[in-house]
Ligand binder design. Structure first.
Ligand code: FPP
Length: 247
């Protein structure tokens, strides 16, 4: 079965999971962390090279202070508990987003975990934190403008590679598959540039209920898809030609 090299997930539905049980939203997030743990472990076991999780968006800063604080605490506790497991499974932690906005204590834990897992050769686990794709694109364009103003680049040097090299995702392949849970069919400002040719998979399952079996189902559907990258099915079946699609 052909596996995605890079799987990205929008983990949605924690609040609804809690509401269905008349529980506070934060208990939905807490259950969501259990799902994170299982999915990370299963992806690593299956040999997926890159897993990217949308854990906290740029827009999530607007949620009630109590919920934001609780999410930061959950993240810190996750990092504290999972370091040993990451080391055991060869997982390398990576972060995308405007992490300068994260509380100093969480930022320090993130940097420490990244440093300690830096040389690991297994799956790269990327957490999107304080992440918004438009924000990322604006930061990349500002960096291009600065290079242009400094005379390091000319307008003709600005191409797809030059922009991609300034995104937070530099070094990561584009996702092959995006999963979004909870029945919402939106991208919600996640990896807008990088998802250009990604296969999309939406499921009604709420994130806290998303188990390895649901992951297997998504991977099975992905394996059946024909990815054409702008070419025709016939061209793909004939084999690669010079000057074909860009991916
Ligand atoms: C969306 O559910 C989920 C989030 C905004 C946060 C996701 C965070 C976690 C799963 C836990 C922390 C992450 C890690 C990596 C330890 P929602 O609150 O928008 O749900 P709703 O749409 O049902 O209200």
């Amino acid at each position: 079965m052909s596996l995605p090299r890079h799987l990205a997930i929008i983990m949605d539905g924690n609040g609804r999971w809690a509401r269905q049980r008349a529980l506070p939203r934060i208990l939905g997030h807490r259950q969501g962390v259990e799902a994170v743990r299982d999915v990370v472990e299963e992806c690593s076991r299956l040999g997926i090279g890159w897993l990217t999780l949308y854990a906290f968006s740029h827009e999530n800063w607007g949620r009630p202070e109590e919920e934001v604080g609780a999410l930061m605490d959950l993240l810190a506790s996750y990092l504290g508990k999972e370091l040993e497991g990451m080391l055991r499974h060869g997982i390398r932690l990576n972060v995308i987003g405007d992490i300068a906005r994260m509380p100093a204590s969480v930022r320090a834990m993130l940097l420490d975990t990244m440093e300690r897992t830096r040389h690991q050769q297994g799956m790269v686990l990327t957490l999107a934190l304080s992440y918004g794709s438009r924000d990322e694109l604006v930061r990349a364009m500002r960096s291009l403008a600065a290079a242009l103003a400094a005379g390091e680049l000319t307008a003709a040097d600005i191409d797809e590679q030059a922009l991609a090299a300034r995104l937070d995702t530099v070094g990561l392949p584009d996702p092959d598959l995006l999963i979004r849970t909870s029945g919402e069919m939106r991208i919600s400002n996640f990896l807008l540039w990088q998802l250009a040719y990604t296969e999309l998979y939406f499921t009604e399952t709420l994130w806290p209920d998303f188990k390895p079996t649901h992951l297997h189902e998504a991977l099975h559907v992905f394996a059946q898809r024909e990815r054409r990258f702008g070419l025709t099915g016939e061209q793909l079946r004939e084999g690669p030609k010079q000057g074909g699609g860009s991916h």
